[in-house]
Design a binder for this molecule. Sequence first.
Ligand SMILES: Nc1ncnc2c1ncn2[C@@H]1O[C@H](COP(=O)(O)OP(=O)(O)OP(=O)(O)O)[C@@H](O)[C@H]1O
Ligand SMILES: O=P(O)(O)OC[C@H]1O[C@H](OP(=O)(O)OP(=O)(O)O)[C@H](O)[C@@H]1O
Ligand SMILES: [Mg+2]
Length: 283
Amino acid sequence: MLRVAVPNKGALSESASEMLSEAGYRRRPEGSKDLSLIDRENDVEFFFLRPKDIAVYVGSGRLELGITGRDLAADSMAEVDELLDLGFGHSTFRYAGPAGAGWTTERLAGARIATSYPNIVRRDLRERGIEAEVIRLDGAVEISIQLGVADCIADVVGSGRTLKVHDLEAFGDVLCDSAGVLIGRADAASSPTVARMRARLQGVVFAQQYMMLDYDCPKDIFDSVSAITPGIESPTVSPMADPAWVAVRSMVPRKKVNAIMDELAEAGAKAIIATDIRSCRMG
Ligand SMILES: Nc1ncnc2c1ncn2[C@@H]1O[C@H](COP(=O)(O)OP(=O)(O)OP(=O)(O)O)[C@@H](O)[C@H]1O
Ligand SMILES: O=P(O)(O)OC[C@H]1O[C@H](OP(=O)(O)OP(=O)(O)O)[C@H](O)[C@@H]1O
Ligand SMILES: [Mg+2]
């Protein structure tokens, strides 16, 4: 049975569970605090673990797969490989200091830096050749400067709201561009059960990023109109009852769908319909 770790709480847990459910796997009942769940139909056992611990379990080889944050996996120092970017839980990991105080990475030398991700920070400091004191905190890192235990912080920035509320501003390069990711043990031999879960999740990620567009188009302008929707391989073209027209079907990036529909209409396409894709296998 394939054994898979899923975040049991925090910023990634809801999206991870939703994505697995969309991919056809069993879901924990609402409000359940069970720490494991067997999905017999798919021959998978899910373990609901703290997001920070997931890479440790997967790296040790006890669990074959896990869903966690790229930043958490990096900080864990576990021997894991990223198998798939799941397209949710985007954040950056950055240094921040009191707004207007002119912090730069050069000024980190000798500073006290509070963080919940000490290994990412130590690695960055080492690469910069900077000696500084890393203070490890479990959370609520943004308040640590005000409380006098640190001079600056390194933390997860999502919307940036928490930094703003505490009158802090980010400085220096992004240390980690994070997202929810599927991880496996580093250099694990390929297995069909792992490949199947990856393919199912990839299908859902892809479906969330694309839409299906259908439209009708006079044959004499087909070349110029269909160039607007090249699709993944190429658009599907079907004959219509009226021989002067064809029906076209093509996948388009979700973010661009309205602009593409405008362009198609302006080029002479009719009956343009956009529909959601729930899942797919792109081959
Ligand atoms: N506000 C946010 N926006 C986007 N992603 C976030 C945000 N906060 C956390 N994350 C991401 O979620 C993951 C883990 O954060 P989460 O808060 O769930 O765990 P935690 O901090 O260990 O748990 P807890 O906050 O319950 O102590 C990380 O990958 C992080 O980048
Ligand atoms: O940029 P924002 O959208 O404001 O989000 C960033 C905040 O969200 C997370 O905190 P969380 O709620 O997980 O609390 P924690 O600090 O205790 O982990 C993260 O650690 C930041 O503090
Ligand atoms: Mg947190």
